[in-house]
Design a protein around this ligand. Structure first.
Ligand code: GLY
Length: 334
């Protein structure tokens, strides 16, 4: 009898005799046996793992540390994203994010767990950790998205401290930008680096988070793809997960992260799925030379993929004990 068949049979008989909490314990044991099975079938894939957009080794290291403690992928992505949110030198996420054209730093974030639960905040001001507020929305409210003042009031009621998110460096950059005040978004790969993170924990469960200050000098009130389920992030624990960085308007129009997960459901590898999702954007947007989008994806086996429109997109992957920066392949080879 093949090992997988034996495991399936074992699953039925184990379930048949177990009751109450012992069902849970048996299922947990079973899921770790299945994890081993999946690992041995594909030697290039393994978990736990963390993958994130851009070069964010400190964030992936924190997420990996959390996973090594045996905690969930959800805990890992929250703690990992928090590192970048607290990094005042990063001008696209959390404190130090570049403001909108009126000088206000407004943050978007979402989080999604392996059970399909989701929480998000949009247009959040004065709070350092939108990813954690998003998790609170998911876990402590009957809603999935809170916006603006309501999100801020909710965060404060949950104990988050108000802070001024506009650093001197970002204020200076904004004042410089105001000299020309081009309200048309100036897009390039340097001013746009949302952090999206996907993790698989030791049980093989997948979660993801996505956090951003959005497009630099955006119109007041603009919200991008990052906090919108299916666009900036999507997880289906049976299949895998995907997340996006780059010009949110383009990701939103193609519901990019959901598309990638559905392509993986149809049998594509994470790499093939990311490439096809970028292909959709290229096909629909003749001006693709003017903006960047990058995707990362992971499947249930722990295989990963990443792809972007232009050169310059990097990912950070922590797998098999190695925390690596990897340049992504890209579409526009000129
Ligand atoms: N991808 C982030 C944004 O467009 O806001």
């Amino acid at each position: 009898m093949k090992r997988r068949k034996f495991i399936q049979n074992a699953s039925l008989s184990t379930f048949g005799i177990a009751v109450g909490s012992s069902v849970f314990a048996s299922e947990k044991k079973l899921s770790s046996i299945i994890s081993e099975e999946i690992k041995s079938e594909n030697s290039t894939a393994s978990f736990p793992l963390v993958i994130a957009t851009w070069n964010v080794n400190n964030s992936t290291a924190e997420a990996w540390r959390v996973l090594q403690e045996g905690k969930s992928a959800l805990d890992a992505v929250e703690k990992g994203c928090m590192i970048e949110e607290a990094n005042a030198e990063g001008q696209s996420v959390g404190i130090g994010g570049l403001p909108d054209r009126d000088g206000n730093v407004t943050l978007d974030a979402c989080i999604m767990d392996s059970k399909g639960n989701y929480g998000a905040v949009v247009y959040l001001q004065n709070i350092m950790h939108p990813i954690s507020v998003a998790r609170k929305v998911m876990e402590d409210t009957p809603h999935v998205i809170l916006a603006g003042k309501g999100a801020e009031q909710f965060a404060i009621s949950e104990g988050f401290k108000p802070v001024d998110l506009l650093t001197d460096a970002s204020k200076k950059a904004w004042e410089e930008w105001k000299k020309t005040s081009q309200y048309k978004p100036i897009i390039n790969i340097e001013n746009h680096d949302t952090i999206g993170m996907l993790a698989i924990d030791k049980n093989g469960d997948i979660s993801g988070g996505c956090t951003t200050s959005g497009l630099a000098y955006k119109m007041a009130g603009r919200v991008g793809d990052s906090p919108i389920i299916g666009s900036g992030l999507f997880i289906d624990n049976e299949i895998g997960g995907a997340t996006a960085t780059g010009l949110g308007e383009e990701v939103l129009k193609t519901v990019g992260s959901f598309l990638i997960v559905e392509l993986m459901r149809q049998g594509k590898t994470p790499q093939q799925a990311c490439e096809e999702a970028i292909g959709r954007i290229i096909k629909k947007s003749p001006n693709f030379k003017d903006f960047q989008v990058g995707y990362i994806a992971v499947n249930k086996k722990g295989e990963t993929g990443y792809y972007s429109i232009h050169d310059g997109f990097w990912v950070t992957k922590y797998q098999d004990g190695k925390n690596e920066n990897i340049p992504s392949d890209f579409y526009d080879k000129k």
